[in-house]
Design a protein around this ligand. Structure first.
Ligand SMILES: CC(C)(COP(=O)(O)OP(=O)(O)OC[C@H]1O[C@@H](n2cnc3c(N)ncnc32)[C@H](O)[C@@H]1OP(=O)(O)O)[C@@H](O)C(=O)NCCC(=O)NCCS
Length: 299
């Protein structure tokens, strides 16, 4: 049932990112709701061009409700799957409980279904909100264990900074060229969330390795633990080669994606998180093995 937006004096709009005032209204809505500033994306080339936002605006152009879909192709069991991520779901407190979000969710899910996306994904702390639309929880597993046998260092590495436009260009190029980090479950193409997540979390280190050319996203955790978040490049290196290039000798490894391309095996363990990964669609049943969405693709 469509919302009686005329009765509320609201205007429905979709695909409105070309309008700077409407984009600014979404930035304000997300800032007021989640205390995050997504306008930082303007520095990296703007919002994801595949984004399809659905929203209500009041008569002053204030964004009162939004829900967005975006394209995020995923590799599942060796096959590229067309997938849509859903994000930026928010309704201003004074407009809640009137069915605005229900209306926007239906519009977004119908839009994706009409385009034949095989998978829908979202991360949420309110799973009950999405269950009526066929979303199911996927337990996430990180992979942990002792480090691999040390390798001889080859090539050099350096730390990248997103404050340096040249470094941003390197990251964006390798994200465009990347090989999915796992054939079992991995994002095949997505740039904006990688940059945004790196920017928002100062604990994330981005290291550039030149042989082979990759960007490694990683964290240093307590008790000399190396947490590997993502590897971006055409050719992926074994974990031992990455550690040698970074000149690191950790006692423990945690990998935040299926590690089958790393020449290293870890034990799947529950990944502690405030949010649940939920999926719907024809490809959802193919997620039979332990999986984790790289934190660099979180949205
Ligand atoms: C969650 C939120 C978007 C709901 O917006 P809303 O306009 O009040 O929602 P609606 O009135 O359209 O309700 C839609 C449905 O969701 C249900 N719902 C609302 N809030 C919910 C919650 N916190 N948990 C579970 N279900 C909820 C409603 O009961 C309704 O169910 P129905 O369709 O069976 O009647 C809004 O409360 C909000 O912006 N919260 C803060 C940001 C947030 O949590 N966003 C979601 C991120 S995943």
């Amino acid at each position: 049932m469509p919302v009686a937006s005329a009765a509320y004096g609201l205007t429905f709009r979709q695909d409105y990112f070309g309008d700077p005032a409407a984009w600014a209204a979404l930035v304000a809505l997300l800032h007021d709701t989640f205390r995050i500033d997504v306008s930082i994306q303007d520095r990296f080339g703007g919002p994801d061009p595949t984004s399809m936002p659905f929203a209500y605006f009041d008569e002053n152009g204030i964004g009162v409700a939004n829900f967005s879909a975006f394209s995020m192709p995923i590799m599942i069991d060796g096959r590229l799957v067309t997938a849509a991520g859903f994000q930026s779901g928010a309704v201003r407190p004074e407009w809640r409980g009137r069915g605005l979000y229900r209306d926007l969710m239906r519009r977004a899910f119908n839009w994706c279904d009409a385009r034949g996306f095989e998978l829908g994904l979202l991360l949420t702390d309110k799973p009950a909100l999405y269950e009526p639309y066929g979303f199911k929880n996927v337990p996430q597993r990180q992979f942990s264990g002792p480090p691999p046998v040390a390798a001889r260092p080859e090539g050099s590495s350096r730390t990248l900074s997103l404050d340096n436009p040249g470094d941003v260009a390197v990251v964006k190029r390798l994200l465009r060229e990347r090989t999915p980090v796992s054939p079992i479950f991995a994002v095949a193409a997505q740039t904006e969330m990688f940059l945004l997540n790196s920017y928002f979390d100062p604990g994330i280190r981005l290291s550039y390795l030149d042989q082979p050319e990759v960007v490694v996203a990683w964290k240093s955790r307590e008790a000399n633990c190396f947490q590997l978040l993502d590897i971006v490049g055409r050719t992926l290196s074994p974990l031992s080669v990455i550690l040698a290039a970074l000149d690191l000798r950790p006692d423990r490894i945690e990998v935040c994606f299926p590690p089958d391309r790393l020449d290293w095996q870890g034990k799947p363990e529950p990944f502690a998180s405030q949010t649940s990964l939920m999926v719907r669609g024809a490809a959802a049943d193919r997620l039979a093995r332990p999986v984790m969405l790289s934190p660099m693709a979180e949205f």
